[in-house]
Design a binder for this molecule. Structure first.
Ligand SMILES: NC(=O)c1ccc[n+]([C@@H]2O[C@H](COP(=O)([O-])OP(=O)(O)OC[C@H]3O[C@@H](n4cnc5c(N)ncnc54)[C@H](O)[C@@H]3O)[C@@H](O)[C@H]2O)c1
Length: 251
């Protein structure tokens, strides 16, 4: 059964083949969906083009710029008219804000991390609304550092708490339009983003140690859960944070 047959879904955040978004894009494709790829800048575009088929649609989308968001959604509307879903898989914080003490977080560093990692979900949803069909689904990526104090995750934990609150408010606002919003709380995976966290090797090994079967979650497993949440099979799931972490959150 192809649970996303005929669906057109935007996937943000493919930086390389280790990206969680790449796991999502592969699962969507496997389930019969068509992926609309967005990339942050020309450098990311180069990496992206190495992974995807030549005929795939790509468009630049930098969430820090309203002009970029507007241009991207104009291009998507022209090409597709309406679409069926959106994967938000974007985060950024300065390295200084991912180590040491939270009392050292600067006003600028706080604003930057919140803007890119949290506000971006509200922003992209606002621009996506005119093209999202009733029955569509939005999925974002979060991490357990939102609710627990994880060494060095610091600013990103604060941004993820904000992101998760957005999921609940957006879900409430958009459910009457037939649009579901949910988050996946993924387990720790070695990606470009994670390497920004000081002593990230400890984060990864501690996380693996805490899985009941001692095997960390993969981007393919996160991607499959994302495909499910994007599909009508998940019609009853609204405003939730679904753990896809191989049980790390249990202990
Ligand atoms: N890797 C993990 O352990 C883990 C665990 C839970 C949640 N997450 C979350 O998953 C998401 C994806 O991260 P990842 O781990 O796959 O790392 P990644 O580095 O592969 O992806 C991060 C993406 O964010 C994009 N991005 C950053 N600033 C942007 C901007 N201004 N405009 C548009 N895109 C921008 C980058 O281009 C990149 O593609 C993030 O939200 C991250 O916090 C990661």
């Amino acid at each position: 059964m192809s649970i996303l047959a005929g669906k057109k879904i935007i996937v943000t955040g493919v930086a390389n083949k280790k990206s969680i978004a790449w796991g999502c894009a592969k699962a969507i494709t496997d389930q019969g969906g068509e992926v609309i790829y967005t990339y942050q800048n020309e450098r990311m575009k180069k990496n992206l083009l190495k992974l995807i088929p030549a005929e795939a649609f790509t468009v630049e989308l930098d969430v820090s710029s309203d002009d970029s968001l507007a241009a991207a959604f104009t291009a998507i509307k022209e090409k597709y008219g309406q679409i069926d879903g959106l994967v938000h898989s974007i985060a950024y914080a300065n390295k200084e804000e991912l180590s040491g003490n939270v009392t050292d977080i600067t006003r600028e560093g706080f604003s930057l991390a919140q803007d890119i990692s949290s506000y971006s979900l509200l922003a992209i949803t606002k621009y996506a609304l005119p093209v999202l069909k009733a029955g569509s689904s939005i999925v974002t990526m979060t991490y357990m550092g939102s609710e627990r104090s994880i060494p060095n995750y610091n600013m990103m934990g604060i941004a993820k708490a904000s992101l998760e609150a957005e999921v609940r408010y957006l879900a409430t606002e958009l459910a009457p339009k037939g649009i579901r919003v949910n988050a996946i709380s993924a387990g720790a995976i070695k990606t470009l983003a994670v390497t920004g966290v000081k002593d990230y090797q400890s984060l990864l090994s501690l996380s693996e140690e805490r899985t009941p079967d001692k095997v960390s979650v993969t981007i393919d497993e996160v991607g499959n859960s994302c495909a499910f949440l994007l599909s009508s099979l998940a019609g009853g799931i609204i405003g939730d944070i679904i753990y896809v972490d191989k049980g790390v959150h249990l202990s």
